[in-house]
Design a binder for this molecule. Structure first.
Ligand SMILES: [Cu+2]
Length: 412
């Protein structure tokens, strides 16, 4: 073994003491599979064949928000597909177990699937389109920085259980499992993403083909669940990434999305690709209460995500009674511009600019998802958003309580 490899191993060991982790074991429908032990296998000339993807992240490091458009975000740095796949039935269970996780690296734990449309062992990761199947975020914010899905994971022997949707079509899928550590996320580019991938072979006779999102389009550095200060009390936490897929949802392009494709001349190519990759129709079954008191009919599908915890959420800011004409003022096609000056109150119904954000008076926000405005949610205490409709939701700090400063832990 070369000296450089030896010193790399020593460095890796030192980093392990610092305490990041990776998925070291996976249980799929009762069968246990080994994870890619990056601090061991990377240095072996003939590592075992696995369902897990390999990476070269021997420092147990992370992907930062400035790299969200880089293929490293897909399945971690230098990742390559696993040679094997684990069979799983629709509705079956996957238990992802990490070797360790540092207690102060609080944040959401999110899992996606992407159909390989063929073998996953040689799939192009940059072409995979992921749909979210499981997500945990802020569980309780009784004590800042709160109890998070990571804390549940640690409590459950560094593990999280995921259920495969009951209706997806048979085939080979990549399961992308990810922890996002937010202990430094009060700084732009301060979040830390730790993605881990495995291959599954879904059996059965399902027919659903949920549409997904390219790995490089999952997140933006300004997403409210990415750029967030967990060291102050949060009234709500928005789990980042596309809408949670639940069995029974349909997955066809909507007329609204098609109309959106012809929308604003001012919209960017990023917007166009977002439309192309986001065609999932909200589930007609997810008849969640829409957090709007508009007297007009509710959107046919709520974008509330039933599997996502939003504890501490106190509902929308008191909606205005004068919202009835608001959605009429939002053009659905051939829009040259949409300005804040024409928009106020809680929006409902169709929207044309997919993935765009709407900040209502600085205190609440909504997003255009699948051609419909989703539920209005309050911004976190101590923050304000910049009013109007825009591609990015700009949240800035209102005057902050600094007495929590002593509780902060800097990035490690
Ligand atoms: Cu760290």
């Amino acid at each position: 073994m070369s000296l450089s490899k030896i010193s790399s191993i020593l460095l890796a060991s030192v980093t392990l003491v610092a305490g990041h982790g990776y998925v070291s074991s996976i249980e799929v429908d009762g069968t246990t599979y080994g994870g890619y032990l990056v601090d061991t296998y990377y240095f072996e000339s003939d590592p075992p064949e696995l369902i897990a993807w390999s990476t070269n992240a021997t420092d147990d490091g992370y992907i930062s928000p400035t790299q969200y458009d880089n293929s490293n975000i897909v399945c971690h740095r230098g990742s390559a597909p696993g040679a094997l796949s684990a069979p799983v039935v629709p509705g079956g269970s996957v238990r992802m177990t990490w070797n360790t996780w540092p207690t102060d690296h609080h944040g959401p734990v999110i899992t996606y699937l992407a159909n390989c449309n063929g073998s996953c062992s040689d799939v192009d990761k940059t072409a995979l389109q992921f749909f979210k199947i499981d997500a945990g975020g802020l569980i309780s914010d009784a004590d800042v920085p709160g109890t998070w899905a990571t804390d549940e994971l640690i409590e459950d022997s560094y593990s999280r259980n995921i259920t495969i949707p009951t209706d997806i079509e048979a085939g080979n899928y990549v399961l992308r499992h990810e922890i996002i550590a937010l202990h430094g996320a009060e700084d732009l580019d301060g979040a830390q993403n730790y993605p881990q991938c495995i291959n599954l072979n879904v059996t059965g006779s399902g027919t659903a083909t949920p549409s997904g999102t390219l790995g490089t389009h999952l997140y933006k550095d300004t997403d409210p669940g990415i750029y967030v200060d967990i060291w102050q009390t949060l009234s709500t936490y928005i789990i980042p990434g596309p809408t949670l897929y639940t069995a029974g949802s349909t997955a066809t392009a909507t007329a609204a999305a098609a109309a959106a494709a012809t929308a604003s001349a001012a919209t960017t190519s990023a917007f166009t690709t977002a439309v192309a990759s986001t065609t999932e129709t909200p589930s007609p079954l997810s008849a969640q209460t829409t957090l709007s008191t508009s007297s007009r009919p509710q959107p046919t599908g709520s974008n509330d995500q039933p599997g996502q915890n939003r504890p501490g959420m106190v509902g929308p800011s008191t909606p205005s009674e004068s919202t009835s004409s608001v959605s009429d003022s939002i053009p659905t096609s051939n829009t040259s511009s949409i300005t804040a000056s024409t928009t106020s109150g809680v929006l409902s119904g169709s929207c044309s600019e997919e993935d765009y954000w709407y900040c209502n008076g600085g205190t609440a926000f909504q997003r255009c998802v699948n051609g419909e405005w989703d539920a209005s949610q309050s911004v976190a205490d101590g923050t304000v958003c910049t009013a109007g409709i825009s591609e990015t939701l700009t949240i800035s700090a209102a005057p902050r309580r600094r007495d929590l400063g002593r509780m902060r832990r800097r990035n490690v």
